[in-house]
Design a protein around this ligand. Structure first.
Ligand SMILES: *Cc1c(COP(=O)(O)O)cnc(C)c1O
Length: 394
């Protein structure tokens, strides 16, 4: 782009040096040099921004970084939340009469989109167990346009048969859409595994500080990628520059944070498994995990999420939370701080007790998103919490 002086409202201080950190560009509109320049921009002969819903520098910088982390063939589209990324994908790819297959233990809001919003628009949905590729294959119909899965289910941390599902999708001509939020690019490589479209809630581990809500959607096929980008712009799903800036800042430390949190999570799982009050521990890095073989084959890391169960019903659950000194009881994940959540009263409260029981989610079932605290004191805090639960149970 030709160098030109900025429009008269902005008086940039002259500088021959450049900032080392990405500046924030909150501007909603960008002034152009005239109709000829706008033509050149819209026709792709030159580069430039026009209106921030259509794109802005902070989203572009973040998209490039996310694509590099995922080994994606194009930058994809940054959206205002993880749900906005899923909305952009669904609205870009589906029409009335299409059918979608979804994993039956997806993130709660994704399940709501599949079971309530898509059917309202005349799109059929079947949910099936992604740990069983034959079940997913059996749910696919001639009109199935896409299959949406996560690799590690929430909160029971079961591992999907990604290879089997990718093969079933290829055979049926359905797109495999993979939500890599839980596993992260450091734990799982979705494009290598055959995903056609990858989505993220950037809000979680990637941004990592619970202060920015964002998503990302990226299709390997450039035409599909362009369609998703256009839909996100038209439906207004695009993100704020400041959130993109925060997420980019968070991303710099993502690999280190994930490594540290995963290492502590493995140690926490081992400590919990030794405690008398703990009935079971679910951690993909442990040999006693129900899908340990698949976890070892698919995942580059056990991840930062640990689930466990204590006995004693609600009184023990209440005592555990109260006894977990300094650990926030909050329904999120991927923060720098460890947080504890109770699926029966949060993510899975809409289910019946029998529905929860079928998933193994009892009153004593907890999910932990491990953060960056020092390992020793954190493990001690959990030991104290489990002891408090055991005392309340007797
Ligand atoms: C949080 C989450 C989402 C939704 O993302 P938001 O940024 O909260 O909209 C989608 N999928 C998974 C697996 C999540 O954990």
């Amino acid at each position: 782009m030709t160098e030109r002086s900025p429009p008269p409202r902005i008086h940039w201080p002259a500088s021959v040096s450049r900032p080392v950190a990405t500046p924030i560009f909150p501007s909603v509109a960008y002034a152009a040099g005239g109709p000829d320049e706008l033509d050149a921009q819209y026709e792709g002969r030159t580069e430039g921004w026009t209106y921030s819903r259509e794109g802005h520098p902070n989203a572009a910088v973040l998209a490039d970084r996310l694509a590099a982390l995922e080994g994606a063939p194009n930058p994809g589209t940054v959206t205002a939340s993880g749900m906005a990324a899923l909305t952009a994908v669904m609205m870009a790819l589906l029409e009335k009469g299409d059918h979608v297959v979804g994993g039956d233990q997806l993130y709660g809001r994704c399940l709501v989109m599949l079971s309530e919003e898509l059917p309202r628009l005349g799109i059929g949905v079947t949910l099936a167990d992604p740990t069983d590729a034959a079940a997913i294959r059996g749910a696919i119909r001639p009109e199935t346009r896409l299959v949406l899965i996560e690799v590690v289910s929430n909160p029971t941390l079961r591992i999907a048969d990604v290879a089997g599902i990718a093969a079933a999708c290829r055979e049926a001509g359905a797109l495999l859409v993979l939500d890599n939020t839980f596993t992260t690019p450091a734990g799982f490589a979705p494009f290598e595994a055959g995903a056609d479209v990858v989505i993220h809630s950037v809000t979680k581990l990637l941004a990592g500080h619970s202060d920015a809500m964002l998503g990302w959607a990226c299709a390997a096929d450039p035409e599909i990628a362009a369609r998703i980008a256009r839909t996100a712009i038209t439906l207004g799903l695009t993100p704020s520059p400041f959130d993109c800036w925060l997420a980019e800042r968070g991303l710099h430390s993502f690999p280190l944070r994930f490594e540290r949190a995963s290492s502590t999570a493995g140690a926490l799982a081992d400590r919990l498994a030794e405690l008398p009050g703990v009935r079971r521990v679910l951690y993909p890095g442990r040999a006693d995990h129900p899908d340990s073989g698949r976890a070892a084959a698919l995942l580059r890391s056990g991840g930062n999420m640990v689930s466990f169960e204590v006995g004693g019903g609600r009184p023990a659950a209440q005592a555990l939370v109260e006894g977990a000194a300094g650990i926030p009881f909050a329904p999120t994940l991927g923060d720098v701080a460890t947080v504890l959540s109770h699926p029966a009263t949060s993510s899975h409260r809409a289910l019946t007790e029998e529905g929860r029981a079928a998933l193994g989610i009892t009153e004593g079932f907890f999910r932990v998103s491990v953060g960056l605290e020092e390992e020793g004191p954190l493990l001690d805090a959990f030991e104290g919490a489990v002891r408090a639960a055991a005392a309340a149970a007797t």
